[in-house]
Ligand binder design. Structure first.
Ligand SMILES: *Cc1c(COP(=O)(O)O)cnc(C)c1O
Length: 332
């Protein structure tokens, strides 16, 4: 298909600002309490750093993304809400949109890859959204969601290139910087990059000396490689860590990451499994793989973090049945 040369260029995606994140915080105040951030002496001893764990695993859908979904729905006008929403996700964005649609009485449809974590599929359905299982990965699910939007008129929500999602998830970083304005670093797991992009916006305003460091699985490095290349690239996506399983860079978060991300680290899926076990044994915390990726980066880059005061984003707790079974592996 060739583009129609007379068609207007698509409007550029507006870049969210710090002020948008503050607005989102006020709006979310009636929906979600702030989440705790705790440190654990045993975890500090194991990492050699002063680690503050931001517990987004205790959110109502088990992940930080609910902040974005509620912010998005709150900002839609009645005609947009009447159209219903469709999106694509490996799971937590799906739960966030389903939760927010239920809160605002809006019809939500989520296309998830056919092999999605069954616990997440169950949770999305229980929240009342329609789930379509389609495609081998996020790219396949995206194509199906785009077709659904064309056929039904539903509003298509990109999990990465949607400003309200960045503003909403940014409220987690407002809480972190308010609780500990003296951090050396915030370590953030990256999939599409909305969380890390928001962290960059907040740190620039409230903690300019705090480095924001992104983390991806080496088995799905599209965001990392996009940041290093300075342009959005696609990459093989073979990670088993569903919260991080994206195969391409997203333009909006990448724009913000280029402005302010201090470093971007890669960890292996095996490193992530070790960090999940450490969360369980040293911090009584059930983290899903993506929720343990930031801790995995701290464990595998001791020189970068030794003696530092850092916030580690435990972004989610929706461990799959296989991940829970793997917690029974060898313990220190
Ligand atoms: C989505 C997700 C991530 C990645 O967040 P992005 O904003 O897409 O970069 C990390 N951890 C968990 C638990 C997630 O659900």
């Amino acid at each position: 298909m060739t583009a129609d040369p007379t068609a207007p260029a698509p409007a550029p995606i507006p870049t969210p600002t710090f002020a948008d994140i503050v607005t989102a915080r006020d709006l979310l105040a009636t929906h979600l309490p702030p989440t705790p951030m705790w440190s654990y002496p045993a975890l500090d001893a194991a990492t050699g750093a002063e680690v503050h764990v931001k517990h987004e695993n205790v959110q109502p859908v088990g992940a930080f993304k609910v902040r974005g979904g509620l912010t998005l729905l709150a900002g839609l006008d009645p005609t947009e809400r009447a159209r219903g929403l469709v999106t694509y996700s490996t799971g937590n964005h799906a739960q966030s949109i389903a939760y927010a649609c239920a809160a605002f009485g809006v019809t939500g449809t989520v296309v998830m890859p056919a092999g999605a974590n069954p616990a997440k599929v169950r949770a999305v359905r229980a929240l009342g959204a329609d789930v379509v299982l389609h495609g081998a990965d996020m790219a396949g699910a995206q194509r199906r969601a785009e077709r659904y939007a064309d056929e039904t008129g539903a509003l298509l929500i990109s999990p990465g290139d949607t400003p309200a999602l960045v503003s909403g998830v940014g409220t987690a970083y407002l809480e972190i910087c308010a609780a500990r304005p003296d951090l050396d670093a915030i370590v953030v797991p990256v999939g599409s990059g909305t969380g890390a992009a928001a962290a960059v916006l907040v740190a620039a305003e409230l903690a300019p000396n705090c480095r924001v460091i992104g983390v991806q699985s080496a088995a799905a490095p599209a965001a990392h490689d996009s940041w290093r290349a300075g342009t959005c690239v696609t990459r093989a996506n073979t990670t088993v860590v569903d919260g991080l399983a994206t195969g391409r860079g997203f333009a909006l978060p990448q724009r913000l990451l280029r402005q302010g991300l201090a470093d971007f680290l890669l960890v292996s899926d095996a490193d992530i499994a070790v960090a999940q076990r450490l969360f369980a044994t040293h911090a009584h915390t059930l983290a899903e793989g993506a929720g343990a990726a930031a801790l995995a980066a701290v464990l595998t880059h001791p020189a970068e973090f030794a003696g530092r005061r850092i916030a580690v984003m435990c972004s989610g707790g929706n461990a799959s049945p296989a991940e829970i079974a793997a917690l029974g592996g060898r313990h220190e």
